[in-house]
Design a binder for this molecule. Structure first.
Ligand code: NAD
Ligand code: GDD
Length: 325
């Protein structure tokens, strides 16, 4: 039986990845500071622990896994990574986890390791035009990310690539573009725009107004979780070793995103634009490289993923007793 270790298995993508690996017949160990918040873990074994502690990292790789998936990070949406208040923690925590895990895998002679990078590594100056951002993989250098979160991701990409070169490890790196779906963080400050907007719409009465950060003309693309897992799975099976975008190329403005969610909810809502953390002006996944190397790219329309996600978040809102009167 094949075995996999999922770091960050209590988080959004990690907990879904555990389920997927189980459905593929793997024996799976998960590790995280916390259990998944919204459902039971599907892992065969789950270690509650802090991957900033090297002995813990050594302990979890005691079994020689066929593959390690490294999702653990101190992360969040614009309200968490662009305020500046968490910069030191983000850099320290995530870099320590990455330094520890890759070294623990090397010492245990574990060869195959997946690292989750981010679209936040791309230079800010290529993402000033909301209609035409450049996120081609090779545009990452000369580097100029707009957040410390992005700089840490870039450092760790280089760390994993160096271990790949010097120690013969089979490293695979995805640069995720804003992944969303059921069982993702939807409240509390770390939520990203799709979840935040679903929550705000669910909490609003028909014919009311919701608050959105900025003028809403900033653009993004959003990737549904199932497509993200499919991309990771294909990347792990491929021979391509360079960092590659895993994201949708259906770019929308944040105002468009609000309109889509409001339509799904069947509500007429106005938007009040308020100051808030914004991030880059425009971002879209460039999927030419993934298509060239993996002959695959995500295809599900944004609206389909939003339907499922809105249903799940409005259910969460209802269960929390905070539904719009
Ligand atoms: P998440 O926050 O839901 O999951 C990360 C998990 O890591 C959390 O459960 C957290 O408890 C765990 N963790 C943090 N510090 C830890 C520590 N010291 N020891 C053990 N566990 C620790 O985030 P996610 O959305 O599932 O993202 C997974 C990965 O993908 C992250 O590396 C993230 O930076 C990256 N990424 C995600 C997105 C996205 O849109 N979701 C976009 C780009 C990159
Ligand atoms: N989170 C959030 N909440 N964003 C809002 C809101 C709100 O209520 N209203 C408007 N926005 C705007 C933000 O200001 C930002 O311009 C845009 O929506 C997208 O915000 P997020 O989804 O929070 O983050 P992001 O796309 O800038 O960055 C995310 O994606 C990266 C990968 O593409 C983050 O999750 C990063 O951690 C991730 O790496």
């Amino acid at each position: 039986m094949k075995t996999a270790l999922v770091c960050g298995a209590g988080g959004f993508i990690g907990s879904h990845m555990v389920q997927r690996l189980k459905s593929e017949g793997y024996w799976v160990m998960g590790v995280d500071l916390k259990f998944p918040e919204y459902s039971e873990t599907a892992a065969d074994e789950f270690v509650l622990g802090d991957l900033r502690e090297f002995p813990l990292c050594q302990r979890v790789v005691d079994r020689r896994f066929d593959a390690v998936y490294q999702f653990a990070a101190d992360m969040g949406g614009a309200g968490f990574i662009f305020t500046g208040d968490h910069d030191a923690a983000i850099m320290h925590n995530s870099a320590t986890i990455n330094l520890n895990m890759v070294e623990a895998c090397r010492r245990r002679n574990i060869k195959k390791i997946f690292y989750s990078s981010s679209a936040c590594i791309y230079p800010e100056h290529n993402q000033l035009d909301p209609d035409n951002p450049n996120c081609e993989e090779k545009s990452a250098y000369p580097a100029a990310p707009d957040s410390e979160y992005g700089w840490e991701k870039l450092f760790s990409e280089r760390l994993y690539l160096a271990y790949g070169r010097n120690h013969g490890m089979e490293v695979r790196i995805a640069r995720f573009h804003n992944v969303f779906g059921p069982e993702g963080t939807w409240d509390g400050g770390r939520e990203k725009a799709p979840a935040a907007i679903c929550r705000k719409v669910a909490l609003s009465r028909d014919d009311s107004v919701i608050e959105i950060w900025g003028d809403g003309q900033q653009t993004r693309s959003f990737l549904y979780i199932d497509e993200c897992l499919e991309g990771i799975s294909r990347l792990m099976r491929s021979n391509w070793t360079g960092p590659v975008n895993i994201g949708s190329d259906e770019m929308v403005s944040i105002n468009d995103l609000v309109a889509m969610v409001a339509k799904i909810a069947g509500k007429h809502l106005g938007i009040k634009h308020i100051p808030g953390p914004l991030g880059v002006r425009g971002r879209n996944s460039d999927n030419r490289l993934i298509y060239e190397k993996l002959h695959w790219r995500p295809s599900q329309p944004l609206a389909a993923g939003l339907e499922t996600t809105y249903a799940w978040i409005s259910q969460q809102v209802r269960e929390s007793g905070r539904m719009a009167p």
